[in-house]
Design a protein around this ligand. Sequence first.
Ligand code: SF4
Length: 183
Amino acid sequence: MKIRLASTLQSDSVVDGLGIRTVIWTQGCAHACPGCHNKQTHNFDGGVEFELEDIKKEISNLVGQTGITFSGGDPLYQIEAVIELAKYIKTLNMDIWLYTGFTYEEVLKMPLGKDLLNSIDIMVDGKYELAKRSLDAPFRGSTNQRIIDCKKTVLEGKLVLVDDLMKKRNTQPLFQKPEGIFI
Ligand code: SF4
């Protein structure tokens, strides 16, 4: 299986989830949020396709990373490949964050939505809403987005937010653009 990415893997991010993280910037997004900072990731024919096996090898060689973050673009346009990678990442005992423009409720309706929630730790959901942009919301671009604890959500059968992070005030820059972008 292949995955289309917007850039090479980006290590040592501290703004795409807790800890020191490697970001997988997926290519392709149709949400068209006004004010999007990553427009170069929208084109579904852009970026470069990689074999999942090659990405797995790269992840297995990472050093000093707390976990992996899927961002983009929107990773859920390639949900099958994301789930396969997430299952592999779990064998390495790394935690997984995922950013999507879809809401949790929309993800639940996707054929593989529940599999996805079972495969990752944290999902930050919803479109970027310029009118709700906040400099005070860590790990979120706008306050409509929710930081969801996927493990607890699956266990309790209802949406569970990471309350500490939802209430926390930001001390980090809001966005970190992909480096080494292909286009
Ligand atoms: S979901 Fe993300 S990448 Fe897609 S348009 Fe919205 S902000 Fe941009």
